[in-house]
Design a protein around this ligand. Structure first.
Ligand code: RP5
Length: 188
């Protein structure tokens, strides 16, 4: 049975990342997986980073999901401090804290964080999902947890089934209305 205490630690480099990272939390919530969410900055709170890695192990988290933008050190550095698996989310776009209505884009459109994260040298691997694909990080964490908590397996199968059915439903609609009407309706 799934315990009540957190199994996944979600961390991000800044509150700027929270809008993207909350998609990982949503997936974990859907699967009923307890998680704990924090901000840990590799460059602004470097000592806290090491402490967090110890904390995660002490509290028996099974997976860490780490998201960061720019020259994104957080996932790799956390991985260097722990034996826990780290799933990383490279972040492309984040909110400018000074103006909540505007989006601030990282200079290289996410390529900066993607390469910083995915190019970890041998020894401290992080499993990297696509840029801003925090939901995939959540799903990957569920898959890792399903090895230990088998009740997650049928839930994962149902998730796949729902995806399948939603594509079929859309395809039926497309077939019925034709491409021109379908696009006009869908993207009006
Ligand atoms: C990184 O720098 C964070 O992960 C964030 O994506 C980026 C910008 O952070 P702020 O300057 O908006 O706090 O450390």
């Amino acid at each position: 049975m799934l315990p009540k205490k957190p199994l996944v630690g979600i961390i991000m480099g800044s509150s700027s990342d929270s809008k993207i990272m909350h998609n990982a939390a949503k997936i974990l919530d859907d699967f009923g997986i307890p998680h704990e969410d924090q901000i840990v900055s590799a460059h602004r709170t470097p000592t806290r980073l090491e402490e967090y890695a110890k904390y995660a192990e002490k509290n028996q988290f099974r997976v860490i999901i780490a998201g960061a933008g720019g020259s994104a050190h957080l996932p790799g550095m956390i991985a260097s401090h722990t034996i826990l698996p780290v799933v990383a989310v490279p972040i492309m776009v984040y909110n400018d804290k000074s103006d909540k209505k505007e989006f601030k884009f990282s200079a290289f459109g996410g390529m900066d964080s993607l390469l910083s994260i995915v190019e970890m040298p041998n020894g401290s691997p992080v499993a990297t999902v696509g840029v801003n694909k925090a939901a995939n990080a959540g799903l990957y964490a569920v898959k890792i947890l399903s090895i230990e908590f088998s009740e997650l397996k049928p839930k994962l199968k149902k998730f796949k089934e729902r995806q399948h059915l939603s594509v079929i439903a859309e395809s039926d609609e497309l077939k019925k209305s034709g491409l021109v009407k379908f696009v006009a309706k869908k993207f009006k």
